[in-house]
Design a protein around this ligand. Sequence first.
Ligand SMILES: [Zn+2]
Length: 382
Amino acid sequence: MEHNLPGAADLADYLVDLSNVVRDRSLGAPGARSLDRFRLVVRALVRLTGDPDVPVYPVADASLLGGSREFTDPRDAATLRRWVEEGLVEEVGDADRRILELMEMTSAAHTRTVTGDLLTGHRREHPWIQGNTDRFLKPVAGPSGSVRLVPLDMGVRTEAEISRSDELAAFKKQGLLKGSQQPISAVINRFWRCPERRCSLYDPRSGRVLLPRMLRGVPTCEVHGRPLADAGPRPAMAQLKAMVDGGCAARYTVEEGSRTAVGRNPADGIALYGLLAPKVAARISREHVVVSTTDGILRVRDVSTYGTRMRTADRRGRPGPWERLPRDRDRRFGLGDEVELAPGVVLTRSGRRFPAELAAAWRTGPAGPSAPPEASLPTSLR
Ligand SMILES: [Zn+2]
């Protein structure tokens, strides 16, 4: 089988997300990790292409060998280690990221990848993944222990789903996800304070509140490595995005119990005129809508001169038809819903549950799992 491993990505016709395949319990023999699943995938590629020498380049997360005791057959870990040493398998910190990088190289324009991962957290950086049906193959169990490869329809993930996936990746990076991929809410829902006197990394007044890093089950300061002290509950919040001509022009945070006017230039609230051409800004009232939050629910109310349209997303995030908002009446403003103040000027909600200031610190995080739609936090506004 090793003759199928040329040891160089540009010699391969297929990349394999090795960690994803080796951990896929639906394939081959039972157990947490099995290299045999990879052998079954290579056999399936031979059948699919009719080429017994089909060249394959596997990419593995470092965590795959790190947890070598989880292999059902201990010889698997030794084989894998040898393959990494001989360059037949590439071991990297973040396999998803590396695979996408390889797929974008011109020499690899036709390379396809075997994976079951929908790569939701990578779609902002690699928009071509959205709706792709021909560059990914998913291994599925075939008759009598074999594996078949079927084209993986990547589908189109909504902005809210991608944001939520980013956020889960950030939690994962800080050690704030439990095994079930649920955030540890007892830590995330509170503010923390570093015992180092000059440290303001976790101070809510600094406007830039980092998530604590979990070290051996204890929230710890990123810089000073000291255990953090509890500094009280973190208020629930939601993020609004101002979309101008389909692009995100600005993000705003609203907190539980707040009431925020949004318009061209409200006396107190979110002013949009700086984002808009004068002709567009003129169609928006000084105070156009009011966004308020009570009991963890975000609501929007039209208070404009020329009216506001809204469309509501269904449970999968697909938008319904545009309707005109009744004036001076609150409407629930859920994830995926869109509020149009003027043509091309739309307010929507980010799937993120924490302030935008964190986003920059989080962006460097490794790829997260695709977000379970039922994931929710007590701190998030519904
Ligand atoms: Zn500190």
